[in-house]
Design a protein around this ligand. Structure first.
Ligand code: SF4
Length: 310
């Protein structure tokens, strides 16, 4: 029998499904939206060209169509989801680009209409740690008093040498400062990390998980690196190929990483989604379900749980 308490389906890690069901007592779906923000790492404020893996959509390949109003984007996706889950409620997820990169007036006009949607139980906002001024964080706190607010914060790696190589445009200290500002206000933070960044060794990725596991965070998304056509990453690879993470190593790595993450941290993702037409590598990532199954299998085989080694 599975002794792990934070899963309804025999997983050995704290599943997002478990968290949502437990909190809301019903099916909750996330609706990805594109509010048309840009990113300071693209427009020259912090950097130009963006992170080398980032697509034109600002890592929001599955967010709504930016040319539609947010209301229409929400309507379209929620109607589709309702066909599958007739009674479900929603989290409005501002996914594409950097969603706190704008004036306070713009942020208010973007997020606040969703406070009036009866079927929206919460708002999730994806952003960068260098777009979290005290003023913005004060506003986010205000917003959190009116709805369930989740902040998704990109880190990707704790290693500054990799951050520089991928043109991340901020270092680990900046991430810590942003996180501290959010946590000072008791805002829920889900951190994103990526496995398979160029030239990162297995040990470096484990180190990222160990360090992240010691931070005051509430959620974690672990992704594999996607190489998409025509990104700077793809061009870099074509010029000078670097070793790619194999499926087997990814699974082994994720299992070990999970052991360093306290079991209170909700694991929102263990693989990512990439637009198939643009995906160059890794092609093994397409079969997401089998990867998740093999992660479960290996955890069972080794008798490991999230947080086993904390
Ligand atoms: S911070 Fe996000 S949106 Fe900006 S360039 Fe990097 S991945 Fe793209």
């Amino acid at each position: 029998m599975n002794k792990f308490p934070y899963s309804n389906d025999n997983k050995r890690y704290h599943t997002y499904n478990y968290y949502l069901k437990n909190k809301y007592q019903q099916k909750i779906a996330k609706v990805s939206l594109n509010a048309g923000f840009t990113c300071p790492n693209r427009d020259g404020t912090k950097g130009k060209g963006g992170c080398i893996f980032c697509s034109d959509s600002g890592s929001g390949d599955f967010a709504g169509n930016v040319y539609d109003s947010l209301q229409k984007q929400f309507q379209d996706v929620s109607t589709m989801m309702r066909k599958k889950w007739p009674d479900c409620k929603f989290i409005a997820y501002f996914q594409a680009n950097t969603n706190t990169y704008g004036t306070l007036d713009r942020l208010k006009a973007t997020f606040e209409p969703f406070l009036d949607y009866p079927d929206v139980v919460g708002i999730a906002i994806a952003t960068r740690p260098d777009c979290l001024s005290e003023e913005i964080c004060d506003y986010l706190y205000e917003l959190s008093q009116k709805c369930d607010l989740y902040i998704e914060l990109g880190l990707q790696t704790i290693h500054d040498s990799t951050a520089q190589l991928i043109n991340r445009g901020h270092d680990y200290q900046t991430f810590l400062k942003g996180l501290e500002r959010l946590r000072k206000r008791h805002l829920d933070v889900c951190v994103h990390i990526i496995n398979g960044l160029p030239y990162e060794t297995y040990d470096m990725m484990i180190e990222t998980a160990k360090v992240v596991g010691k931070l005051d965070i509430q959620g974690l998304k672990i992704h594999n690196l996607f190489m998409l056509k025509d990104t700077a990453l793809h061009k870099m690879y074509l010029q000078k190929p670097f070793p790619l993470l194999s499926r087997e190593d990814y699974i082994k790595l994720v299992v070990e990483q999970l052991t360093y993450i306290p079991d209170s941290v909700v694991i929102e993702r263990l693989t990512g989604d990439a637009p198939l037409k643009d995906l160059v590598e890794p092609l093994w990532s397409i079969k997401k379900v089998t990867i998740l199954n093999d992660i479960d299998k290996l955890m069972k085989e080794k008798d490991l749980y999230q947080g086993s080694l904390v």
